[in-house]
Design a protein around this ligand. Sequence first.
Ligand code: NAD
Length: 354
Amino acid sequence: MVTVAVDYKNLQTFCKTVLEKSLPKDEAKNIAISLVDADLLGIHSHGVSRLTDYLVRMEDGLIERETKFTLENESHTTALYDAHNGWGQIVSKAAMENAIDKALNYGTGFVGVKNSNHFGTATYYTRMAAEKGCIGIAMTNGSAIMVPFGSREPSLGTNPLSIAIPAGEGKDPIILDMATSNVARGKIILANKNNESIPEGWAITKDGKQTTDAKEALEGFILPMGPKGSGLAIIIDILSGVLTGSLFGKDIPKMYGDPEPQQLGHFFGAINIESFIGKEDFYKNIDKKVKETVESKPSEGFDRVYMPGEIEMNRKRRREKEGVPLSQDIFNELEATGKKYGVEITDYLQVAAK
Ligand SMILES: NC(=O)c1ccc[n+]([C@@H]2O[C@H](COP(=O)([O-])OP(=O)(O)OC[C@H]3O[C@@H](n4cnc5c(N)ncnc54)[C@H](O)[C@@H]3O)[C@@H](O)[C@H]2O)c1
């Protein structure tokens, strides 16, 4: 597969400029930053490859151009926002900022969001908390493209969960960020866009048979990460959808294909470490935990053991210097989307073949 390497700041500026043709400037900027962040981490399924899809939904009237969220309910430690069908990235950033404020002032903050749209990667929000010295939690529901364990009838999204734990000054947080499927559906969308096959175990056809064909998989259903992934996805649907008064399960319209707003729910949490123990003690023991993990003896076939998030954060640092790889297909798609909005991609991106 041909890939091109692009400077991440220029990629942000290109996305921002395209989005600014329809959205308020600060909202365009925040969405561009969060999309490119996913590509820097190597989560291409949730990066700039989604820009065109989001804009198509917006043009179809399924996502509002401006995100005019409202605060529906609030206590010292909880809040509920209504996104009124705005952009998931915008309301989620505000919701996490509020959760962090509550954690810093009152120990913990839990904030729900209803009537929202796809928010990108969950890690984007949990790292916001870790940067402020808090533990961050983020999750969302999604349309029913995944079957519960043992079923061939979908009633779950690939509902992701991220938890980020600060590790001390100048150190990367520990970040778990996972879909509850075997893989995020975005990886199948990307494989389909790039004309690649997928491994067995990722999805079943609409008739319930195993498949390695990305297109067939997209017409069929995603498999959960076993019974535990299925259980987690159900809990995430309840916290994000049922608890917030948003849609959940089978009722959520599909992101690709259904001509209705998705009305997704998200759930965010922040925990102030100092409400439990002193930061110095916490970081000292986090060091110990990291050490015992990464220094444990690798088993056959492994070079070493990694902390969750370590591979992605190392990749991010490397790509900030060396550029973000984009497949030629995604580059072409961005170029066409740019043209549609009067933005010439080559004015922003100097392309080096990889
Ligand atoms: N918005 C949505 O609706 C939605 C839905 C599903 C997934 N997502 C996003 O998709 C992204 C991809 O999810 P995924 O489940 O495919 O991720 P993944 O399988 O690549 O990684 C999952 C977790 O495992 C860790 N990990 C991976 N390899 C490791 C190793 N060798 N050692 C130690 N830890 C390791 C990663 O750091 C990460 O925390 C996430 O950012 C998620 O938030 C979003």
